[in-house]
Design a protein around this ligand. Sequence first.
Ligand code: SF4
Length: 364
Amino acid sequence: MKLPEIQRRKSRSVRVGDVTIGGESPVTVQSMTNTRTSDVKATCAQVARLSAAGADMVRVAVPGPQDTAVLAEIVRRSPVPIIADVHFHFDRALEAIAAGVAKIRLNPGNITDREQVKRVIKAASDAGVAIRIGVNEGSVVQRREGSQRSSDLARPLVDLMVEKLEEYLELFDAEGFGDLVLSAKSHDAFTCIAANRAIAGKWDFPLHLGVTHAGTSDTGAIRSAAALGTLLGEGIGDTIRISYAGDPAEEVAAALELLYSLRLRKRKGVDLIACPTCGRLEMDILPIVERLGEALAGIAAPLTVAVMGCVVNGPGEADSADVAVCAGKGRAMLYRRGEKLRTLATDEIVSAVVEEVRRLANKK
Ligand code: SF4
């Protein structure tokens, strides 16, 4: 029986270089470099790594003129569209647009002079550059004396975020600019969900989803998966960033895994599944799974490989996998699409599975 697909919210499409956000396009993944942008060599190397990991777009911070001064070269060398992250200085936005970025991220709340924002809109419009208007919890909350924790204020906070976006959108609307992506981020997953639900019901602009200040991967990955998974499951969200302190290439891998899990993107490579292990385990499968993960990483075929630690669930899993091994004492049974092939010694497992996967991949 075919499972029903997630019904995505209808949003307008916005071009970001050769990538489309929203409309009928698949949910895209973006990440952000953590190098000094002015260090062209390091930044370009990281952009290339993020692109190789699967990022559709990469954002770079441009806090100073030394950063926008090198943007044209970064744009030229990047395999994916570059987004400039502008916080306080409208000059940086103008310089980034002139340097050829495909999109800028702007928090109009940080630029108090409306004439300056209008100049950015005009420049983006002339250059065909998209803009993401981001409101973050931190930028909208006016710290009140004796204020409660933000998680207790989720509802008023959401109202405040929507009001801020409304105010900014009036400005863009008055200038006739519609190539916009919206975002509303908080460190609190619950607030993120509520804010994005409210925004999704109000406008048709594509939405960029993310949890901000999510911490390290230990907390950040789960917080992001909770917020983004809930929203994506409801069809909300057109581009995502999972962010936490650490290697941004891991953020990209986590974001892609989330989209694969919800069937919002098709996995390009091998899906390696493994049993979680329990007291019935007949063989230490973890090193085998790790070695298989590395050995299968370069194979682009959409095949499923299962590594099971005992015979209890092994044959059942083997039925639905393209290639499976099911461990017994000191040996394992190799399966191809449910059919038993042969018994393997422990040290033969990795090479035999890889060989079988390659054989199937070459048949496609
Ligand atoms: S396959 Fe066997 S070892 Fe692995 S979790 Fe299931 S019962 Fe436990």
